[in-house]
Write a new protein. Structure first.
Length: 365
C-alpha cells in the first residue's frame, strides 16, 4: 500500500501513539525522553504532551532540576483514565477481563458457554458478563473505551466477519463485530484469538519483543504472529491456523476436513493421556515454524496447555535446541505466557486501547 500525500490527522495520531508507547514502557518521562526515543522534534513532542494532558491520558508528576538549565517537567501515564474489556471466546467458555491504559488486568471472570453455542447465545453472555464486570469494578471516572473480542477462526478481521469457526456449526459468515456493537452499545474490535494473544505479549515486552509467535492450546491449536513490529494477519486476515498444518499424512481426519493435522494428532495423544507425546507433536510444529520464519521468541499459552505447562515448555525448548541444530547466533527464546489463561482476553482489550491510543492503521487508497 502506498501513501501519496501526508495526512495531518494520521501524523497527529501517529505522534500521539509514539508518546503513549513511551509512557507505557518507561513509567515516568520528560520531553527529552520522548525526543530521544522517537526522533520527534522537541516542538512536536511539546504539542503532543499538551494534548494528552488535556485529555487526561498523561499528567505531570513533578520536575527534575538539572545542575544547569531550566527544570524539566516529569510526566506519567494515567492508567485509570481509560479502560477496555476483552473477551476470549473459546469453544467451551467465555473469559472476560478488564484492562487499563497501561495494560494491567484488573479483573478476570470466566463462564461456561452452551455446547455448540449460537451467535445470540454468545451476545447474551457477553452483555451479562460485561454488566456484571462493570457493576463490581469502580472505574473511578475512567472511560470504558470499548470491547475487544478474540474469537475462534477462520475469520475476516478487516470486515468483522466470523467466516466458519472450526467446530461450531452456527458460525458461518456471521458479522460478529456489527451485531455485537448493536447488542452491547459499545465499540467492538474483533480479531482472531491468537492474534489478540500475541498483541498482549508484545505490549508486555515492549520494544524488546522481536519476531515472535504465540502458540495456544485450548480445545484447538492456533498460532499468533508478531512480525516486523506488528501483528501479522495475512492477505485475508486469516493467518494463525497453525493447528491445521499436516504432520502425519496418514493421520486421523480433522474437523477442518484434512487428515493428520497437528491439532487432531495432538488431541488424540492428549485424550489418551500421553502428555509427553502431545507436547512433542506441538514441538515438531514449532520447529517447522522456526525453520520457516526464523523467530526470536515463542510463547506458549492456552488452558489445555496450562494443565501441564512444564511438559510442553520442556518439549518445545528441547526440540528447538536439538531439532533445529542452531548455532550460537541463531537463538530462540521459549517461554510460558506471563498472563496465563487471561492472555487472549487481555490482548483483545489491549487491541481496543491500541485502536484508539496506538499507531493508527492506514486505510487503503
Amino acid at each position: 500500500m502506498t501513501r501519496i500525500t501526508a495526512d495531518v490527522t494520521f501524523l497527529r495520531g501517529y505522534n500521539q501513539a509514539l508518546v503513549m508507547a513511551v509512557g507505557r514502557t518507561v513509567g515516568t518521562f520528560e520531553r527529552s525522553t520522548v525526543v530521544q526515543a522517537t526522533g520527534l522534534t522537541p516542538q512536536a513532542v511539546s504539542k503532543v504532551i499538551a494534548r494528552l494532558t488535556v485529555d487526561g491520558l498523561i499528567r505531570p508528576t513533578g520536575v527534575r532540576r538539572p545542575g544547569v538549565g531550566k527544570p524539566a517537567v516529569v510526566y506519567e501515564l494515567v492508567p485509570h483514565s481509560r479502560y477496555a474489556i476483552g473477551a476470549h471466546v473459546a469453544r467451551r467458555t467465555l473469559r472476560l477481563v478488564l484492562v487499563d491504559l497501561a495494560g494491567t488486568v484488573h479483573h478476570s471472570a470466566v463462564s461456561p458457554l452452551p455446547r455448540d453455542f449460537t451467535p445470540p447465545q454468545l451476545l447474551d453472555a457477553l452483555a451479562s458478563g460485561i454488566k456484571a464486570m462493570t457493576g463490581v469494578n469502580d472505574l473511578g471516572g475512567g472511560q470504558l473505551t470499548g470491547v475487544g473480542i478474540g474469537m475462534i477462526g477462520p475469520l475476516d478481521h478487516a470486515h468483522g466477519l466470523v467466516r466458519g469457526a472450526h467446530g461450531l456449526r452456527h458460525w458461518h459468515d456471521v458479522p460478529l463485530r456489527e451485531i455485537a456493537e448493536k447488542h452491547l452499545g459499545l465499540p467492538v474490535h474483533l480479531d482472531k484469538d491468537v492474534t489478540a494473544g500475541i498483541t498482549a505479549e508484545a505490549w508486555r515486552h515492549g520494544a524488546t519483543f522481536g519476531d515472535a509467535a504465540l502458540i495456544m492450546i485450548e480445545s484447538g491449536i492456533g498460532g499468533g504472529f508478531w512480525l516486523g513490529g506488528t501483528a501479522h494477519r495475512g492477505a485475508h486476515t486469516n493467518a494463525g491456523e497453525f493447528g491445521h498444518t499436516v504432520v502425519d499424512l496418514n493421520g486421523p481426519r480433522c474437523v477442518c476436513g484434512r487428515h493428520g493435522c497437528l491439532e487432531i494428532v495432538h488431541n488424540h495423544a492428549a485424550e489418551a493421556g500421553d502428555v509427553a507425546r502431545a507436547a512433542r507433536v506441538v514441538a515438531v510444529g514449532v520447529v517447522n515454524l522456526l525453520q520457516t520464519l526464523d523467530l526470536a521468541h515463542v510463547v506458549l499459552a492456552g488452558a489445555d496447555l496450562l494443565r501441564h505447562p512444564e511438559a510442553y515448555l520442556a518439549a518445545v525448548a528441547e526440540a528447538v535446541q536439538a531439532d533445529v541444530r542452531r548455532t550460537a547466533w541463531l537463538t530462540t527464546k521459549v517461554t510460558l505466557s506471563s498472563l496465563g489463561a487471561d492472555v487472549i482476553a487481555a490482548g483483545a482489550a489491549m487491541q481496543v486501547l491500541d485502536q484508539h491510543y496506538g499507531i493508527p492503521e492506514l486505510a487503503p487508497i
